[in-house]
Design a protein. Structure first.
Ligand code: AMP
Length: 397
């Protein structure tokens, strides 16, 4: 079954065309700057990469363009749109409504809309993406896969904030957690390698946005992101954990309103804010190597926060069988992995620094022989999870 996987953002669209039975990736791409000018980067297989720069005023035109490219003579991977049998949508916020992926109907759409206050930047774009697919491919079933769903197994003591309880029941104030599809995929791959009935796994999804998840017996029991993706680790431009008292203090001192302070914490902070160089860790590592002090401290802060959560989750689960590193930084930066694991031998976590430096595609083990805890690098694949969930739901419809 060919599944079109769509991740609609406010001015961008990511897509993949996947054979869900064989896991074969037929084509993938990214449309950016919708409504501004427009760039489409399209990839077929491993080798063929194409870039188109053209006016893309709306999301509808963006999806029409992608469908044309998939069937167009020069870039063709399918003969006709009718070969697409299902569409899987990434949806950031599923609130407490969705504990797993679901076929989309009117009730599901209403709930995704109801959750807009919790994900004002993301859910409106997802609704738009689904509506356009319904219009352009009216008879094809649509499935939603939620970033929050995997974390719905967290126990109350790990998802509540210590504020008056009524604000949870009345205003849905709680930790939801994000990157759930990635944490699910990576922990599941680790479980296959461990081949044990019970397991304690910590997944470090370290990218532009980052989160850590404690996965016990295949279930998320705690994660670092919260009501919104701002909580937890230090990220490219996000502060992560911060004393809530900082907010009124800065609002008063700098005369900021609530939008401005949220923008400050989401867009101007994190690695970018500390280093003053970039949100891209590669540039910050380079600057640090060239002697830039603020870049060096940004890297120390990033690794210190990861280590803090790693140790606290090992404590929460009373042990850890495997630590998994994934996403842009987790998969590619041997420096960050080394700094995070440094000094944790007392907990049975021992990195093999040579294995850690070897770069290959695919899953690899980077612990040394005496390490009680296994350490893996596992490339994430959220789109494959979406395609498989879509296939399973549509097949059993
Ligand atoms: P993602 O959001 O998963 O695409 O990850 C993006 C982040 O990964 C950016 O901060 C990149 O700088 C970072 N990244 C990618 N490759 C490397 C690398 N070799 N070393 C350090 N950071 C990297």
């Amino acid at each position: 079954m060919l599944v079109f996987v769509l991740n609609a953002g406010s001015s961008s669209l990511k897509y993949q065309l996947i054979n869900a039975e064989t896991s074969e990736l037929k084509a993938s791409g990214l449309v950016e700057r919708i409504g501004i000018d427009g760039i489409l980067k399209h990839e077929v297989g491993e080798n063929k990469k194409l870039t188109f720069e053209l006016q893309i005023p709306t999301h509808k035109e963006a999806i029409e363009l992608v469908l044309r490219i998939l069937t167009n003579d020069e870039t063709k991977v399918i003969n006709s749109i009718s070969e697409i049998e299902a569409i899987g949508h990434r949806v950031v916020h599923g609130g407490e409504y969705f504990k797993k992926s679901t076929l989309i109907n009117k009730d599901v759409m209403d709930k995704i809309r109801k959750l807009i206050p919790l994900a004002p930047l993301h859910n409106p774009a997802h609704v738009l993406g689904i509506e356009i697919c319904n219009e352009l491919m009216p008879n094809i079933p649509n499935v939603a896969t939620f970033d929050t769903a995997f974390h719905q197994t967290m126990p109350e003591e790990n998802f509540l904030y210590a504020v008056p309880y009524g604000d949870y029941t009345e205003h849905h104030l709680r930790k939801y957690g994000f990157h759930g599809t990635s944490h699910y995929y990576v922990s599941n791959e680790a479980i296959k390698i461990l081949n044990k009935k019970t397991s304690k796994i910590i997944v470090c999804h370290l990218g532009n946005g980052s989160s850590i998840c404690a996965v016990k017996d295949g279930k998320s029991i705690s994660t670092t992101m919260g009501l919104t993706p701002l909580e937890g680790l230090i990220m490219g431009t996000r502060s992560g954990d911060i004393d809530a008292g900082v907010i009124p203090y800065l609002m008063e001192r700098k005369g900021l309103d609530s939008n401005q302070i949220i923008n400050y914490l989401n867009k101007k902070s994190g690695i970018l804010g500390i280093s003053g160089i970039s949100s891209d860790l590669r540039e910050v590592i380079k600057a640090s190597n060239d002697g830039d002090k603020r870049s060096k401290i940004a890297i120390e802060m990033l690794c210190g926060r990861i280590k803090k959560y790693l140790c606290s989750y090992a404590g929460l689960m009373q042990g850890v069988d495997a630590i998994c590193f994934t996403a842009g930084i987790g998969e590619n930066s041997d420096l960050i992995r080394e700094k995070v694991c440094e000094g944790l031998g007392f907990m049975g976590i021992e990195l093999d620094t040579e294995k850690n430096k070897i770069r290959t595609h695919g899953t690899r083990e980077i612990h040394n022989e005496s390490s009680k805890t296994k350490i893996f690098v596992i490339p994430t694949n959220e789109e494959l999870v979406i395609a498989k969930d879509t296939y399973n739901l549509v097949k059993s419809k």
